[in-house]
Every structure is written in C-alpha cells, then in structure tokens.
Design a protein. Sequence first.
Length: 148
Amino acid sequence: MKKYLGYALVACLLLGAVGCKSKEFKDVSADVSLSRFIGTAYKTKTELIICGIAKDIGYPKIVDYYTIMEPPGIGGPEVVSLRTIPPGTSMKILRVERCSNCLPFLSELRWVVDLPSDATFKDHPVVIDAGRIDIEKTNALVKVQAGT
C-alpha cells in the first residue's frame, strides 16, 4: 500500500511541475488532418469574448496574445483586457498550433486567426483554443463559403 502512495505522490508532483511552466506551441498546419482548415473563413453568429492574455502575470501587465471564447469568458491575473466581438465579425484561420510541452494526453490545439475588420488585435496573435470552441461543432461560428 505504501508503495502505491509513493507512486501517487511522485505522479502528483510531476503533474504539478508540468502545470507550472508556460505552454509552448508549434505550428502543425502541415498535418494532413489539420491543413484543410487553413484559409477557412468564419463569421460569428453570437457575441464572443476576446481576452488579452499575459504570459507573465507580474507587472507591468503586457498582452502576449489574445484568445477568443464564448461568454462569460475568464478571469484571473493573466487577463489584461476583455472585450466583446459582435455577431457578424469575420475571421480566417491562418495556422493550427499544438502544445509542444504539454503531456501527451493533453495535446492541446489552438487555431491562430485573423480578424481583418479590427486592427486593434494586429499587434499580437489571436487564437481560439480548440478546447474552448470546437470550430466544427459550435453554434457560435458559421463557415463562410467561398465566393459569398
């Protein structure tokens, strides 16, 4: 029994240490199962939230990237800014990234997008975390057909 408690303690410590480091993402757009999304345009059907996120939660608070999600959004020391994106906002997928330093069973994907109608977000990457919005199943986005 003590042997299993020791293994459990080691596992908890390892998982805790992995959770403390900043996630790094690698471009996986060339992956055949993901490349079909590149260049795909979407419009928002509902109001969404865009948060400016700081990787370093110290001061000064500087945005490192923006993340799009469904309301109510998130809070915490890493959130530098919070705005809404109105229905009808256009976006296009530029690339797909996968977490390169996450545990294998937590293989996180994110979609890097362009919001051409709003220059506010041109200074840093804008991402949609695939764990928050499944772009193929969500009711918040609608795929825009080419030529429309």
